[in-house]
Design a protein around this ligand. Sequence first.
Ligand code: GLU
Length: 377
Amino acid sequence: MTTPTASAAGRRQSWISILSIPLFALTLWTYGGAVQAAEPGKDAAAAGLPRILVLATGGTIAGQADPRATGAYKSGQITGEQLMASVPGLDKLAKINAEQISSIGSQDMNDKVWFALARRIQDAFDKNEADGIIITHGTDTLEETAFFLDNVVRGDKPVVIVGSMRPATAVSADGPGNLYEAVQVAADPRARGRGVMAVLNDKIQGARSVTKTNTTSIETFGSPNDGPIGYVDTAGGIRFMTQGAGFKRATYRLPAGEQLPRVAIVYSHANMDAVPIEDAISHGAKGIVLAGVGDGNTSKSALDALEAAAKKGIIVVRSTRVRSGFVTRNVEVDDDKNGFVVSEDLNPQKARVLTQLLIAGGVTAPAELQKAFTATW
Ligand code: GLU
């Protein structure tokens, strides 16, 4: 795994002059185009174009493969600068500055990179260095990064997270189109106040709802409970379907350091016993999120173990392994009696992130935790 390179010294700052890209850049997508260095901020504002800061983390969108090969590829090979420079037409939309935060497949995404991203975004907004942010990211954990950032970044400027399902060198790569649409959204004033948005395959989806639904198809990201917050395409532009983010957002303080408290996800199934719960506790989990069956349910022995965990002060959140729907309190499980929290619409991986942030912020009373989980639209 590559460690983040977000330090001021390691960061490469250069405004990209897309005008210098030859027309054949698209076919040479792998190799990127010419990049010219200039002082960020003032020049762009003077030119009247929105200033977009791209924070690259790696992923398939930056992956390389032999297009004649079987489909195998290595993610995170191409820098953010090369990526942006190889998409024709971006110069008409924005002035773009790219920085490399990490070069990893998102299966290796971690707290360190999350904290580096959150701090860089906040700094860029606080110092008015950018009008919008784009994060390039692998698709596997894209929804978790989106949700984490949505909960810790303050300000109403657009933050767009983008990836691709096919590597840059694939026949019919989806990265260039996704990047173009990400810039369209990040540069548009109507995108303000909507929190972190995922932009892929012509859809704009909110950080709370968006989830990966297909292992390999480009039609993978969906928002099962409430649908996309908007649509974007190069010809038709942007159409938002909601006011704001679609639900009321809360912002939590980014904890000091660069690590979140340990919270385990325990996946429920037929013939479930208490072993995974006992394992989580013995490895120091401060919280357990149940990826329950149905309405966040699990076996009697697992429920007993969760009840015992809650009595010891471990936060227990019931979520579901089912793709859509809300987990409801006190229906089949007595949450009030057991001191449990339900995740509502949050899937296990997002419920984990919110539990971590709440524990880090000192929120441990079940009623208070429940309030934080319950979104209002
Ligand atoms: N595992 C890779 C990642 O998440 C590939 C998935 C992708 O980016 O599409 O970075």
